[in-house]
Design a protein around this ligand. Structure first.
Ligand code: PMP
Length: 337
């Protein structure tokens, strides 16, 4: 006689039997009388649309997800969200900074990934073993961070938050991969919640994201901002002025700064330039970048395929921002030419 197998896996994990597995088995060959398997069905078929809508509706009901939150089903696993979160949210504020409460393997991985996209403030940098959630009064959260991130349940270390961190109004993001739908949760406290399905709500291949609508409407907000600031005409004037300030310095620098692009087609958005080293000293550009960084000007390094410096002056970069760069370029010219 075959012994019963009990799956205590961390995910992919046990699914409810017989309700889920037996029903799936039954419907595998003939879904809902269609005569074909769900696995063979078009993702545009009405049967499939019904499944995806019902699933979203059920989840909304079960977790009391407010109307102003979207429920999205994605691929890419929980790990995909480690990049998707900073890619979409780290630019919410000009700081391009996010606070990460690191309490175990998964939040540590998420923090490391986010570093590719902005500045990450790891709240507990000194923990070498993950056995606790440091007392929240010791967290130094940055009020100008774009968001605060935490992993609600650390699957490897077995650490679970039994409270929702108070971020003083900063957008809160949580990885709930391994405790999603294991208890009620006040979704309204969060900007975004994500969970790989393969633990509490399904099998591998689906990631659920619950996100507050205003966070996926950044473009609409930016467009409104453009409108309130005079529209495309005003943007053009500003951008001409901004790029003019930098090209002017380049042109007046006797070749100390040089832009390889012909004057008739120089970009107003991205200004690549080189710094001439009389002595062939290649460290001058590095000094320029280091000095700029000390003054709070970041991401001025040219693309690795061309090197040099690149100043990107998109719409949100203000005249005042460009004045800081211009003054620095003038200074640097006087000191090193
Ligand atoms: N977050 C947590 C809390 C996890 O437990 C896991 C996987 N065990 C992940 C993220 C990564 O998810 P995935 O394997 O779906 O990329």
């Amino acid at each position: 006689e075959k012994k019963q197998t009990i799956n205590f896996g961390a995910g992919p994990a046990k699914l409810p039997q017989p309700q889920v597995l037996l029903q799936a088995q039954k419907e595998l060959l003939d879904y809902n009388g269609t005569g074909i398997s769900l696995l063979e069905m078009s993702h545009r078929a009405s049967d499939f649309t019904r499944i995806i809508n019902t699933t979203g509706q059920l989840l909304r009901e079960l977790l009391n997800v407010p109307e102003n939150y979207r429920i999205i089903f994605l691929q890419g696993g929980g790990s995909g969200q480690f990049s998707a979160v900073p890619l979409n949210l780290i630019g919410l504020k000009p700081s391009r900074c996010a606070d990460y409460l690191v309490t175990g393997t998964w939040s540590a991985k998420a923090a490391k990934e986010a570093e590719k996209f902005g500045k990450v403030n790891v709240i507990h940098p000194k923990m070498d073993t993950y056995t606790k959630i440091p007392e929240s009064s010791t967290w130094s959260l940055n009020p100008s961070a774009s968001y605060v991130y935490y992993c609600c349940n650390e699957t490897v270390h077995g650490i679970e938050f039994n409270f929702i961190p108070d971020t003083k109004g900063v957008v809160l993001v949580s990885d709930m991969s391994s405790n999603f739908l294991s208890r009620p949760i006040d979704v309204s406290k969060f900007g975004l919640i994500f969970a790989g399905a393969q633990k509490n709500v399904g099998c591998a291949g689906v990631t659920v994201v619950i996100v507050r609508e205003d966070l996926i409407y950044i473009m609409s907000l930016v467009l409104e901002w453009v409108k309130n600031n005079g529209g495309a005409d005003a943007m053009e004037n500003l951008n001409k002025k901004k790029s003019g300030m930098i090209y002017d310095i380049i042109n007046r620098s006797d070749g100390f700064y040089s832009c390889p692009v012909e004057e008739t087609c120089r970009s107003r958005m991205n200004i690549p330039f080189f710094i001439k080293t009389n002595t062939g000293d290649e460290t001058l550009e590095k000094s320029f970048l280091d000095g700029a960084s000390k003054l709070g000007m970041i991401s001025l390094k040219g693309h690795r395929s061309v090197g040099g410096i690149r100043a990107s002056l998109y719409n949100a970069v203000t005249i005042e921002d460009v004045e800081v760069l211009a003054a620095y370029m003038e200074d640097f010219y006087r000191n090193f030419r």
